[in-house]
Each structure stands twice: as C-alpha cells, then as structure tokens.
Design a protein around this ligand. Sequence first.
Ligand SMILES: C[S@@+](CC[C@H](N)C(=O)[O-])C[C@H]1O[C@@H](n2cnc3c(N)ncnc32)[C@H](O)[C@@H]1O
Length: 235
Amino acid sequence: MLKRIVKWFFAIFGLDVKRTSTIIRDKSQCYTLYKYLNKDGTFDFETYRQIQEAGNKVKIELVWAIEENIAFLSDYIKKLIGTPEFGICHGTRRGKEQEWFRKYLECEVIGTEISETAEQFPYTIQWDFNETKHEWINATDFIYSNSFDHSYDPEKCLDAWMSCIKTGGICIIEHGSSHEPYGANQLDPFGAHIVQMPYLITTWGKGKYGVREILKAPKKFEGVDYLYFIVVQKY
Ligand SMILES: C[S@@+](CC[C@H](N)C(=O)[O-])C[C@H]1O[C@@H](n2cnc3c(N)ncnc32)[C@H](O)[C@@H]1O
C-alpha cells in the first residue's frame, strides 16, 4: 500500500520510481545498485537529489529508527570507545536518532538530510551524505545510519564516512532484511544481503577499516525478518 502511495506521489512530480535492472558488478560481489546516468553515461546527481527529496517528503511523518535500539547503541559506544564528543547520523528525515543519541550520550550529535525539509528539524543540516565537510575529517567519534541503502555509490560513501572517523572510532550501519537486493530501486539504490556486507566492507576498507562486530538489534518492526548493526571500525 505504502509503495503504491509513493509511486502515485512521484507521478505527480513527473517522476517514476523504477525498479533496478540488477547490475551485478562482478560475480564475487553481486549486490544491486541502481545507476543514475545521463544520456552520455555521466552521473546524474540532479535526478538522484530530486528522487531522494520527493521520497523524503512523501514519508515525512515516518520514523524508522527505534529509541530502544539507539539507547542500546549508546551503551555500546560508551563501553567501546568511552564518552564521545561528536557524532553524525546520516539520512535522518525527522532527526529522531540525533535527538536520542544526544539524550543518551550527552554529547554533540548532528544529522544530515539531503531534503530541504532538513531545516524543520533540530540539529539537522541539509547535506548530501556522500560528501564530507572539512571539519569532520578525523574528528568524528561515531557515525550511525539506517540510510546507507540510499547511497548512489556505497564504496565512495563508506570511504567518505570512514574518513571522518577518528582512529579507533566506529561507524554503525543499520542493515535489515528490507536492505536486500530485492528491495533496491531508484529511491533505495543499494541492496545487499547481510552476509555480503562483511565481504564488501572488508574489500572497500583495504586495511584502513573493517567490520569489528555485527550486533543483533534488540527491537525491530513487525514484518522485518532481521535487523542488525554492522560495526565498522577505523584502524
Ligand atoms: C530510510 S529514510 C530514514 C530516515 C530516518 N533515519 C528514520 O529513521 O526515520 C532515508 C532518509 O535519508 C535521506 N537521504 C537520502 N539520500 C541522502 C543523501 N545522499 N544525503 C542525506 N540524506 C539522504 C532521505 O531523504 C530520507 O529522509
């Protein structure tokens, strides 16, 4: 039902949520990635931005992050790296995750959101999370995101996130059954099964970062088969 409403909303703006024709990069990596291409084969950022913003607006009332899970992750962060000073949450829509991390960690936590709706929510900046800000580099204790599947280039994106992390710091990627390849489309371009993720992250990390641990989420919504937190640590 939600999918039909999203399609209808996109049609109003003359946009079409296309399912991805599965692009298998190579046989050992077989994840799904929707490609935004101009006619000349170059990357079409403007269509990506428009699709993400339209999707954000149609789902603006929804919150996927769960407070109990953020409390659990806050405890984990404190035990692993001590009290953090600065964290970033990527792709935050209503900004609840940074609100909850701030509550449990009592430190500076901001969120990024590509949509112009960002300005409606506290501690949220309008920003494309595939890019970094100079002041974040090697200056971030932790990153959390449940929006990694919205990246147009997951390797470039995770490299960018990990460049912000201090040595020993962590990036927590929320990965559930809805992030599998079948769920990928123009709005959620990247899809991979949980068992593929450690291989992909280890390959992309090239010895600079890697998977430290995979945590089972204490809570998940009904209809979600599994929900994990992939803890990526910077060496
Ligand atoms: C699956 S929703 C998750 C929203 C929020 N984290 C939650 O738990 O409710 C993904 C969000 O990421 C945003 N987004 C998509 N691509 C983005 C990008 N490149 N940079 C920043 N935000 C992005 C979307 O606009 C959307 O609000």
